[in-house]
Design a protein around this ligand. Sequence first.
Ligand code: FMN
Length: 185
Amino acid sequence: MFFDLIKKRRSIRKFKEKMIEEEKIELLKQAMLLTPSSKGRNPWEFILVDQRELLIKLSESKPHGSAFLAHTPLAIVVIANPNRSDVWIEDTSIATTYILLAAEALELGACWIQIRKRKYSDTIDAEEYIKNLLSIPGDRRILSMVGIGYPDENKMPRKEEDLEYNRVFFNQFGNYERISKKETI
Ligand SMILES: Cc1cc2nc3c(=O)[nH]c(=O)nc-3n(C[C@H](O)[C@H](O)[C@H](O)COP(=O)(O)O)c2cc1C
């Protein structure tokens, strides 16, 4: 069930040394290609990386937050073609989210790695570093990567009592009370 799935989903950064089956790879591909995009422009492209030497190099994309990829069976690099859409950030963010949820549905663990706006070094952007590594054309952008595999860590599902309901308002900012409770308007 969808609500169990979103409560259970947590960022997983430790993985078993187990390959992801071909059928699950196919379903992950379907999930990313089912992502909605503005005006149906589908400005995304994806590279599935499962070669260890490339995963190790991808794990060095930025000083913090990508190192776990070195021990991860699969990384999906989420690429955008900004010539196809001016809202490619939104479109590729949704695609990344779909990948996270699909992984959870397939009993895999996954974690988003931010690439846009991150640096490989003082002078080189993480995007440039990855583009060089994976022969990605210069006009493309890279939003994120997702590390995926069979989880080797247990994380507690989110609890309802931990949700920050104080961030949700009705009708006016700061108003917590739902006045109109009728089924129809
Ligand atoms: C836009 C975005 C960027 C993120 N970037 C990273 C990252 O670079 N490295 C990392 O290990 N986790 C990253 N995360 C995972 C978050 O740290 C994680 O989702 C957050 O702490 C909440 O934990 P949860 O996913 O277990 O609920 C990112 C998540 C999002 C949504």
